[in-house]
Structure formats: structure tokens, C-alpha cells
Ligand binder design. Structure first.
Ligand code: NAG
Ligand code: NAG
Ligand code: NAG
Ligand code: NAG
Ligand code: NAG
Ligand code: NAG
Length: 930
């Protein structure tokens, strides 16, 4: 290695360490996030690398810990895994508007003790709301609306004494509204800081408890509409002087409305329609904030239309239809604000004054006054066909250009892909849906919010206002157009959706309370090159990093040029150039036992590389099963364009692989280097991977003896690579999916694609880019980039723990090494490992298990120097096998039952069914011949 090269590597190492220190994300958070993403079918594009805190979309950190996870409207599909509990410093969690997120909310959510805001609006979650939510004492914002939650409202919510916003609407909740009792059970009456009880559109039953309300509460919005509540309105509600909106419509409520309700001086909207109320029409005199009153479809009676209808100062809409109201409608001296009065299906006989009321929409159809002759001509007797409501944000003094098919012209006449969704008001204080002034106000307030938060929005457009006849909510289409580009990037979408899902956007008073239901956004712009600086970076570290980076970048530039020249030179020296014609010439690779295959040959053996012959695929490329003319099966690994090596490197690799012959290593049979292809031909190993056996996927049941023998075989294979191969080889990617099982269940170590020769003269370590698989990766190698055989030993230790526990190295955010360390106690029976050992093994009283786990733990020692060598590991496993009473050198594993033969008691797979997708998100899973 020349001087420059050495300097280069030193500097690279320095840079790596500086950056690592400056931008480290806590490993618990990193692995927790990985596990979360494993249960989703996709993840945000920016989620690559190992430092979520630096530049991953939707993540915010504080001191290396993740405090915010904001992923609304990202088209996530899958489940919310219990690994969420690893993100134990989370303050904000928002997964709203991902309709593909389904399943139940894991109980472990209760471990996020710092959570203040939990927003899961408009997803597909089902099952009960977990009781454990009651442990989130810091919670102020809880929005679970518009999912499929079932079961009752958990009493434990009464524990959330800091809650301000409680939205459970539009689910399938049943049972009664819980209140506290003298047996110490909790209830919603304890939520003295709540301003919002949104529980409409469920299947709640029973009465609204008197105990639910008292004068200590500060509720503004009480929405219990569209349930099956019974009984009367509790008197206590009239003591909640802060109340602004009360919705009790579409229930089975009975009796008279308490007269004291009129004390609610701040009440703006009241909905009591579609119940079974009776008694006199309530007297709302003095309720000077009332704007919208709907008492329709009850059996209220009155001998005259009461005077408050015309006298209340800000009332716009009065709906009293379908009751028993008689007498005269006297509108003289009505307030300026009145827009609509609906008295359809009552007993009104007169109207006074008869005319001159152009500003008010009056509806009297199906009253005696409209049955008089000629009355049907009167406008107030006609039934409107529908509720005509037109609005669509107009263009802003420009003419809309023609846009390509799926783009839309913004109000500022720019073609773009808008972010869309429904903006929904749950209570509206106006009824004139065609009056543009209301919509302009909403548009203005939206733009103000986006500007304040520096979100690059060009304009917003509203359209299709409609009162939804099922929910009685008022809905509007919202389109948000990007500025600067024709589409938003993921950051933009997340920010917009978060403002709306977390009620940070405050609409004008008349539209409140609202909620938003966002659509998924398909057009996200690709992320630009380079990443943002870390939120958590140590500033000094960052400055040093910049300086080092500048030096390095120039060196790297020089290096790249040199490499390119070298590559250009070596292209002329392609060792295969003439090989096809002259197969034994000097430039041909020096193979021992391997042979050259023509491309057309391999194409024939694999049925033209057909889909049916594919047995694996991954970052490297595809792996095909092929049949040679002799009938022998082979596995052919065909490199994808991106993963091809230079000719010289390819030659080196096949020369090396062809020299490696050991019973416990998959052997190379040949290769193909022709027509721009690079392929390796391996012996075919019929019984699949060790991972497939442990997971139950392959149907091969691994009893304790087999696990010992497989461990021994793999250890011997590795020891050979480390100590007998010349030059020595470090595998770099030992894991259960890289251990294959042959006919006799003998372990064969596969995939030397990542192998690194120990070519340096001073035999010690090589410095190299970190590769490997999360969970198996030696932390010392990860931090120092110094690769030694001991890194393989570390991975092997993880593999041993995997064999003993049948757990994946990182499962649901838990790291197997740490878990074993946590429970292990050598002073106790079985070292106290009962809870963690694979139960199917535990039942068979495995001999030597403690020694086995102990050995595994020595392999994963923090300092490489304290780990045994692979040869030592192999020796110790031999002694464990002898302890069991077997000969470690006997040919094959003793027992041979398959899952089916193993009988019912073993039929339960040690790995859980849904955990089959084994691939972590870092780094991409690799593929091995099978
Ligand atoms: C209420 O909160 C406390 C403190 O977080 C917790 O210990 C308790 O279990 C919670 N009770 C319920 C019913 O959730
Ligand atoms: C509520 O219950 C009724 C029957 O009792 C059922 O028809 C309806 O689908 C339920 N609604 C919801 C939202 O679960
Ligand atoms: C209101 O109810 C809560 C819980 O039931 C109670 O702690 C509080 O003292 C009550 N306030 C009044 C004024 O009765
Ligand atoms: C209703 O209001 C009257 C008069 O303000 C008051 O005396 C009475 O106690 C109130 N009733 C209830 C149940 O709050
Ligand atoms: C109101 O309805 C209840 C039953 O729902 C009944 O007992 C009561 O007599 C009715 N009152 C009037 C005034 O009709
Ligand atoms: C996303 O877009 C915003 C505004 O256009 C820009 O400032 C930001 O850098 C972009 N973020 C990423 C990760 O591309």
C-alpha cells in the first residue's frame, strides 16, 4: 500500500469517527425505529444510513434521543409494532392519514411516558383502545378519531389529567361514558383540563352521567352526536360555563331540556335534533352567543314561535322543523344576523309581517299556513330540492394554463400536484353555503398558517362544500399547492399534514371545531443529494468535521482520478479477453476445481433465467436454480449491473473462492464472465437456510442436538476461512440466513460476496467500509472500521444466541445480546434463562445449554481481544457435544424428524408467523445460493 493510500485511509477513519460522534442517534432508538419500519411495507425514502437524527424525514431529536415521530399522509401500510416502546423519549407521535396502518394498538404504547401528543387520525386501526394509554400522564392531545376502534371507552383515560383534546369520534366504540365512582374507579369527569370531548359517531349507550360535568371543568366542545345515548340531558352540564358547542343530535335522548341551559352564556352552537325530547321548546333568551340552533325532529311544543328566535343578537340559523310548534311566526324587528329559519312540519298558522323579508330564508312547508289555497306559490312554502351550495376558489387574476393530465392549475395558475384532503367542520355557525366570504376567510387563515411555519405553499383552493347527510358535518375539499416546484417533498407533506392533524392550524371561529382527513400523496419529490446537518450535532465536532471533510474531499477527488486512470489502464488488460478462445492461457484465472461456463450454457440450464427458477434475490442480484446436463443441481448467482466488480477484482474473487474447499463451506463450481455478465455457479444446497429452519418455514425441525452440530459445522467452516485459507478470509456477514443445510443437515457457510482478503503483510486487520447485517454487526468494527476475524466471532456469538432462543437478533426493538445479558444469572438454575430460551428446546432438558449460552456471550464481548478465536469456539462446542454423550465427529446430525414428524408439541414455530420478513432496513439483505 503506498503512502497516499495510507493517509487516505487514516483520514477517512478520522472523518468517520468525527461524524459518528457528532451525529450519533441512540442505538435503542435506531433499532426501535428499524423494528417499527420492519412491520411496514415501505418507509420514507430518506430513511437510509444509521443516523435517524441527522436527516430522516419525520424525525426530530434532542440529545441523540428521538422525541418526535411525525409521519402523517405517507401511505404507510402495515401495523404499529410493540417496538414503539423503544422510542421511550417520544413526545410527539403522529401517524395520521395512513389508511393502510391496521391492526391493534400495542399495549406497549403505555411505556412512552413522555408522550404529550398522540395522533392517529384517519388510519385503519381496530380492536380496543388499550388501557395502557391511561399511563401516559403527560398526554395533552389524543386524537384517535376516524379509525375502527371497538370496545368501550377505557376508564383509564380518567388518569389523563393533563389532557386538553380527547377525540374518539367516528369509531365503533360501545358501552357507557365512564365516570369515576366511590370504589376508586376512574372516569372522564376527572379530566378537569379538557376542552374537547369529541365522541360522536360511535355506538355509545346508556345515559349521559350527571357526574360527568361540574363547574370545575373548562370544556368548550362536547360532541356526543350520532350514538345511542338515552335518558335526559344532565342538569350538571349547565354549570360548565365555558361551553361553546354542544352536540347531542341523533341519539335517543328524552324528557325536557333543562331550563338552566340558558345560563351557558358562551354557547354558540347547540344541536339537539333527532332525539325524543318533549316538553316546551326551551327558552334560550339571554344566550347572547348563540349562532346556530338545531332542535328539529323531536316533540317540542309551543303555542307561538318564541321571541328569542328574532331577538338573539348573533343568531344566524334556527332549525325547529318536525316538532309541535303552533301560532304565529312574528319576524318583526329580527336581528341583522338572521339568515335562515326552518319550521317545516309544524303547526304554524300565520306569518307576520307577510312580506319584505328578502334577507332571510324562511321554510314553512307542511304547516297549516302552507295548506291554504294559493299558499303553494309562496316561496316560504316551497321545499328546496336540495341544499344548493356552490363554491370553488377562483383564479387569482390569471388564466389557468392547460396542465398535463394529472396536474392541476393552482389559483395562481401554476400547474402542480396539490396535496389534498377533506376539511371538516363538526359544527358550523352559518347556513349560507354560497357566501364566498366564509371560504375566503378559511383560505386566508390557511395561507397565514403555512407562511408562519415557512412551508412552501403557493396557494390553497377550496371546493365542493356540502353538509354530509350521514354525519351532519360540513365538508370541504382542500387542495394545497406547492411553490418552488410542481410537487412537495416528503418534508413538505409531513409538515402540512401535521399542522392539520394536530390542530395547530386554527380556522375562523365559525368553522370550529374542525378536523382534517388527508389523502395520501403519490408525487413526493425525490430527496436532493447530501443530507441536512444533524439536529443534535456537537458544534465543535461539526466544525472539525467540515475542516476534515474539505481536506478529505480533495484527497478523495485525487484518489478517484487515480482509480479511474488505473481502471482505464486495466480495462486493456482484461484477464478474460482471450480466454474463451484459449482456455488455458496464462492470463486465465488460476482455478482449482472450478470451471468456466458460457452465458448461453447457463441460460439453457436455468430455462432462460426464468421466474420459476429464481430462488432468491437481493442487493447483489438474482439467484437461480439450474440443472446441468448431468442432472446435477446448481445455484447460479447473477450479479445485477450495480454490483458488478471490475474484471481484475472478479478474477481475484473467483480464484480465491475456487481454492476454498471445506466440508462446511459452500463450494464454487464455476463462473461466467461474458456478454457483460458476472455469474458464480455454486453447488446446490437442498435444505435451505438455518433461518428458515428456525422459523419453521422449511419444515425442518431443529432439536438441541442438531443445533449443536450445526453450530459446530459452521464454526469449523469459519475457523478454516480464518486460519487455513491462504490468504485468510474474513466472512463479514455471518447470520442464520447465510448458513445452509445439506441433505444430511450439515451446515455449509455461504456467501463470500462480502469476504475480504487479509492481504496486508502485517497480518492484523483491514480498514474498510462497514458492511454486514444489523443485529449481527460487531460494534467495535462498526466504530473503528477495523475488520478482524473477531468481527466474525461476534456475529457468530449472536448466531449462537439466536439458536438457543429462536429469536431474531433484533426482535420488536429488543436486542438479543442485551436481553440475554439482562436475565442471565449464573448463580441460578439454568442461569435463569428459562424466560428466553426457545421453549421447544427447553422442554427437552437440553444438556450443556448453559455452557452454550456462556460461550455465545463470550463471543459477543465488547472488546475483540476478549473474544475466543473460531478454532477455540469449535473446540468448546465439541466438548459440549461430548458432554451430551455424542461423538462430535460423527457424520450427520443424529435425529432426522421433520416438523410434521416431530408431532403436535413441536408444531408451534419458534419464530412468530408474521416475523418471516427478516430483512432489516439496514443494510439491504443479501442473497445466498440455496
Ligand atoms: C394512572 O397513572 C399512573 C401513573 O402513571 C399509573 O401508575 C397507573 O397505572 C395509571 N392507572 C391506570 C388505570 O391506567
Ligand atoms: C351500531 O350498532 C348498530 C346495531 O346496534 C349497528 O347496526 C351499527 O352498524 C353500529 N354502528 C357502528 C358504527 O358500529
Ligand atoms: C368536579 O369533579 C371533579 C371530579 O369528579 C372533582 O374533583 C371536583 O372537585 C369537582 N368540582 C366541583 C366544583 O364539584
Ligand atoms: C338552576 O338555576 C336556578 C336559578 O339560577 C338555580 O337556583 C338552580 O339551583 C339551578 N339548578 C341546578 C340544578 O343547577
Ligand atoms: C316526555 O316523555 C317522557 C318519557 O319519555 C314522559 O314520561 C313524559 O310524560 C313526557 N312529557 C311530556 C310533557 O309529554
Ligand atoms: C424539501 O423542500 C423544502 C422546501 O422546498 C426544502 O427547503 C427542503 O430542503 C426539502 N427537504 C428535503 C429533505 O429535500
Amino acid at each position: 500500500m503506498d503512502q497516499q493510500h495510507k493517509v487516505m485511509i487514516l483520514l477517512q477513519l478520522l472523518l468517520f469517527q468525527v461524524l459518528f460522534v457528532a451525529s450519533q442517534t441512540d442505538s435503542r432508538d435506531y433499532s426501535g425505529l428499524n423494528s417499527l419500519a420492519e412491520s411496514w411495507s415501505s418507509k420514507p425514502q430518506s430513511w437510509v444510513g444509521t443516523d435517524p437524527c441527522s436527516s430522516w424525514d419525520g424525525i426530530r431529536c434532542s440529545n441523540t434521543r428521538i422525541t418526535e415521530l411525525r409521519l402523517p399522509s405517507l401511505s404507510l401500510r402495515g401495523q404499529l409494532s410493540s417496538a414503539i416502546e423503544s422510542l421511550s423519549e417520544l413526545v410527539t407521535l403522529d401517524l395520521s392519514y395512513n389508511t393502510g396502518l391496521t391492526g391493534t394498538i400495542p399495549n406497549e404504547i403505555g411505556n412512552l411516558k413522555r408522550l404529550k401528543s398522540l395522533s392517529l387520525v384517519g388510519c385503519g386501526f381496530s380492536g380496543p383502545i388499550p388501557d395502557s394509554i391511561g399511563s401516559l400522564k403527560q398526554l395533552t392531545f389524543l386524537a384517535l378519531n376516524s379509525n375502527k376502534f371497538s370496545g368501550t371507552i377505557p376508564r383509564s383515560l380518567g388518569n389523563l389529567t393533563n389532557i386538553n383534546w380527547l377525540d374518539l369520534a367516528e369509531n365503533e366504540l360501545v358501552g357507557t361514558i365512564p365516570v369515576s365512582d366511590n370504589q376508586g374507579r376512574l372516569g372522564l369527569d376527572l379530566l378537569l383540563k379538557a376542552q374537547h370531548f369529541h365522541m360522536g359517531s360511535n355506538n355509545l349507550t346508556g345515559t349521559i352521567p350527571e357526574k360527568l360535568f361540574n363547574s370545575s371543568m373548562i370544556l368548550e366542545h362536547v360532541l356526543f352526536d350520532h350514538n345511542q345515548l338515552e335518558g335526559s340531558v344532565p342538569l350538571s352540564i349547565s354549570s360548565v360555563g365555558t361551553l361553546e358547542v354542544l352536540r347531542l343530535d341523533k341519539n335517543g335522548l328524552t324528557g325536557a331540556v333543562p331550563a338552566n341551559l340558558s345560563k351557558l352564556g358562551k354557547l354558540s352552537e347547540i344541536y339537539l335534533s333527532h332525539n325524543k325530547f318533549n316538553g316546551t321548546l326551551p327558552d334560550f333568551t339571554g344566550m347572547n352567543s348563540l349562532t346556530y340552533v338545531d332542535l328539529s325532529d323531536n316533540t317540542f311544543s309551543a303555542s307561538n314561535v318564541p321571541s328569542w328566535v328574532t331577538s338573539l343578537p348573533v343568531l344566524t340559523t334556527v332549525i325547529l322543523g318536525q316538532n309541535h310548534l303552533g301560532g304565529t311566526l312574528n319576524l318583526s324587528g329580527h336581528s341583522q344576523s338572521l339568515e335562515q329559519i326552518n319550521l317545516e312540519n309544524n303547526d304554524i298558522t300565520e306569518i307576520d309581517p307577510e312580506s319584505n323579508l328578502p334577507s332571510i330564508e324562511i321554510r314553512l312547508a307542511n304547516n297549516p299556513i302552507c295548506r291554504e289555497s294559493g299558499a303553494s306559490e309562496k316561496s316560504y312554502c316551497q321545499q328546496p330540492v336540495s341544499n344548493p351550495s356552490f363554491y370553488s376558489t377562483p383564479s387569482n387574476n390569471c388564466s389557468p394554463p392547460p396542465c398535463s393530465s394529472d396536474q392541476i392549475a393552482s389559483p395562481n395558475c401554476n400547474c402542480a400536484f396539490p396535496y389534498t384532503g377533506l376539511l371538516i367542520s363538526r359544527a358550523l355557525s352559518f347556513s349560507n353555503f354560497s357566501d364566498a366570504k366564509y371560504y375566503r376567510e378559511i383560505e386566508q387563515s390557511l395561507m397565514d398558517t403555512f407562511r408562519n411555519k415557512s412551508i412552501p405553499v403557493d396557494s390553497v383552493a377550496l371546493s365542493n362544500p356540502v353538509r354530509n347527510p350521514t354525519s351532519d358535518n360540513f365538508e370541504l375539499n382542500l387542495q394545497v399547492f406547492p411553490s418552488q416546484s410542481d410537487r412537495f417533498n416528503a418534508t413538505g407533506i409531513l409538515n402540512i399534514a401535521f399542522l392539520l392533524s394536530n390542530q395547530i392550524y386554527k380556522p375562523p371561529e365559525f368553522f370550529s371545531p374542525y378536523y382534517f382527513n388527508g389523502a395520501s400523496y403519490e408525487y413526493t419529490a425525490g430527496e436532493p443529494k447530501g443530507s441536512k446537518s444533524s439536529h443534535t450535532g456537537i458544534i465543535v465536532g461539526a466544525v472539525v468535521a467540515v475542516v476534515v471533510f474539505v481536506v478529505l474531499a480533495s484527497l478523495a477527488g485525487m484518489y478517484a482520478i487515480r482509480q479511474k486512470r488505473r481502471a482505464e489502464r486495466s480495462a486493456g488488460l482484461n484477464p478474460f479477453a482471450n480466454w474463451e478462445q484459449n482456455k488455458n492461457s496464462g492470463t486465465a484465472p488460476q482455478l482449482k476445481g472450478g470451471r468456466w461456463f458460457a452465458f448461453d450454457e447457463l441460460r439453457k440450464y436455468t430455462n432462460n433465467f426464468s421466474e420459476a427458477n429464481t430462488i432468491g434475490s437481493g442487493g447483489y442480484g438474482q439467484v437461480y436454480q439450474g440443472t446441468l446436463p448431468s442432472g446435477e443441481l446448481v445455484a447460479i448467482k447473477r450479479a445485477a449491473k450495480e454490483s458488478m466488480q471490475g474484471a481484475v477484482e472478479f478474477k481475484t474473487e473467483i480464484e480465491l473462492l475456487s481454492r476454498v474447499h471445506h466440508k462446511n463451506l459452500v463450494s464454487l463450481l464455476g463462473f461466467c464472465f461474458e456478454k457483460g455478465e458476472q455469474m458464480l455457479v455454486y453447488e446446490y444446497i437442498p435444505n435451505g437456510t438455518l433461518m428458515d429452519s428456525l422459523s419453521g418455514k422449511s419444515g425442518i425441525w431443529m432439536d438441541w442436538i442438531r443445533r449443536l452440530k450445526v453450530t459446530l459445522g459452521a464454526a469449523r467452516g469459519l475457523a478454516y476461512l480464518h486460519e487455513l485459507a491462504n490468504p485468510p478470509i474474513i466472512h463479514r456477514d455471518i447470520k442464520s440466513s447465510n448458513i445452509l443445510l445439506d441433505d444430511h443437515l450439515i451446515a455449509k457457510v455461504a456467501d463470500f460476496g462480502l469476504s475480504k482478503l487479509l492481504v496486508d503483510s502485517e497480518r492484523g486487520h483491514v480498514t474498510t467500509q462497514v458492511k454486514g447485517t444489523m443485529g449481527y454487526l460487531d460494534p467495535e468494527y462498526y466504530m473503528t472500521q477495523q475488520l478482524t476475524e473477531k468481527s466474525d466471532v461476534y456475529s457468530f456469538g449472536v448466531l449462537m444466541l439466536e439458536l438457543a432462543t429462536a429469536r431474531r437478533p433484533i426482535e420488536q426493538g429488543k436486542y438479543i445480546v442485551r436481553e440475554v445479558m439482562r436475565v442471565m444469572d449464573t448463580s441460578k438454575d439454568l442461569y435463569n434463562l428459562h424466560s428466553i430460551i426457545d421453549p421447544t428446546i427447553l422442554k427437552t432438558r437440553p444438556k450443556g445449554l448453559e455452557k452454550f449460552v456462556m460461550l455465545g456471550m463470550r463471543c459477543v464481548k465488547e472488546y475483540a481481544a476478549e473474544r475466543p478465536t473460531m478454532a477455540e469456539v469449535a473446540k468448546e462446542i465439541e466438548s459440549i457435544i461430548e458432554l451430551v454423550g455424542l461423538n462430535p465427529n460423527a457424520e450427520s446430525a443424529t435425529t432426522s424428524e421433520t416438523y410434521e414428524e416431530a408431532g403436535k408439541e413441536n408444531a408451534q414455530h419458534p419464530y412468530k408467523e408474521e416475523d418471516f420478513s427478516y430483512s432489516g432496513i439496514f443494510p439491504s439483505t443479501r442473497v445466498e445460493p440455496q
